[in-house]
Ligand binder design. Structure first.
Ligand code: UT7
Length: 340
């Protein structure tokens, strides 16, 4: 391992103010609160207003993470997202400019719901290579802008939000240092989670693309099976790389896909469910924002304390997956984002 690590020194989350409850969804879709809670654990989610874009949430979260880190300068801004403001250009340069960080390196990471963990690895790499001394990493997604509101299978799952961290150069042994990592992918299953149109494969022609092709599609049952297997495998690979045992993990912070998935992964790992950090109940699946939002929520509730050992594990379209470890540092406490 490099002698220079990326060390977490600022954290913040941002949720749009509009809350959509299961009851509201049940009024316009053929679904009900009991089905949604039993299958997913989700009670409500936050969604953006018309005209509000991913960068708007990213700027809010990023600005507050910079304030928490007591800095107004970073060398690089990385935005992990599946819902950029536009297909071109990337969202990160705009976010950087709006935060007064013009001149910083800025790029997006596309690894769907694994984007934040891939972003952490990218930030750690920039810092270890001496390319940057500090990085603002933001996981931000507005799935409500790509999910068909009439698609009951997906409209119930996803919510919008952004979570941001500031990472600075430091020592691998200090609290907040991120690493060891495990990252992986399996593109043979790219068809399980897709937006068909909007890229080079399916080009736009007058009158096209069709309504379905513009929207997010997911083969839920198959994704569920892959998610449980891949997350458990990735978590084990990371622990083994670091020489940690499952009992060394104080908090498991998985991508907040679905409460049943999170509990199945915890059970598979032999980890008591109470050590699994969950936030999905009040925000749904927020894509690349889900892990930093869960961290910000846990830090705000003080369920995560300095010195606690964390295992972060994500899974998403691609397929992609990834994990990393960190010992929680002393950080300014983020504000509570949602009511219990
Ligand atoms: O972030 C990326 C990772 N994504 C995920 O991890 C999502 C993984 N998948 C899941 O979480 C679950 O597969 C879902 C929550 C999406 C669905 O749960 P499921 O237990 O796999 O249900 P299903 O898709 O097998 O559907 C069972 C039934 C179907 O009816 P029939 O065919 O049995 O008559 C669906 O049409 O439930 C029906 N259904 C619904 N019923 C009420 C599907 N969506 C709904 C709904 N309300 N919202």
């Amino acid at each position: 391992m490099s002698t220079t690590a990326a060390v977490l020194c600022g954290l913040a989350g941002q949720l749009p103010s509009r809350v959509v409850t299961n009851e509201e969804l049940a009024r316009r879709l053929d679904t009900d609160d009991d089905w949604i809670r039993t299958r997913t654990g989700i009670r409500r989610r936050h969604v953006v207003e018309p005209g509000q874009a991913t960068s708007d949430l990213a700027v809010e979260a990023g600005g507050r993470a910079l304030a928490a880190a007591a800095t107004d300068r970073v060398d690089a801004v990385v935005v992990a997202t599946t819902t950029p403001d536009r297909p071109c250009p990337a969202t990160a340069p705009l976010v950087a400019a709006r935060l007064g960080l013009t001149g910083a390196a800025a790029f997006d990471v596309g690894a769907v719901c694994t984007g934040f963990v891939y972003g952490l690895a990218s930030a750690a790499g920039l810092i270890a290579a001496g390319v940057a001394d500090s990085v603002l990493l933001i996981g931000a997604d507005t799935y409500s802008t790509i999910v068909d509101p009439l698609d009951r299978a997906n409209a119930i799952i996803f919510g919008d939000g952004a979570g941001a961290v500031v990472l600075r150069a430091g020592h691998p042994d200090e609290p907040g240092a991120v690493g060891h990592f495990d990252l992986g992918s399996d593109g043979a299953h790219e068809d399980l989670i897709t937006v068909a149109a909007g890229g080079s494969r399916q080009r736009s022609t007058p009158g096209e693309p069709s309504h379905e092709d513009r929207h997010f599609a997911m083969r839920g049952k198959e994704v569920y099976r892959h998610a449980v297997t891949r997350m458990a495998e990735s978590a084990r690979a990371t622990l083994s790389r670091a020489g940690w045992k499952i009992d060394d993990v104080d908090h498991f912070v998985p991508h907040q896909a679905n409460l049943r998935i999170l509990h199945s992964v915890a059970d598979d790992l032999g980890l008591p469910r109470e050590r699994c950090v969950t936030h999905v109940e009040s925000v749904g699946n927020t894509g690349a924002a889900s892990i930093p939002l869960a961290l910000a929520d846990a830090a705000a509730r003080q369920t995560v304390k300095p010195g606690d050992r964390l295992l972060l594990t994500a899974f998403g379209g691609g397929l992609t997956w990834g994990s990393c470890l960190l010992t929680w540092p002393s950080l300014p406490q983020p504000e509570r984002m949602t009511t219990p």
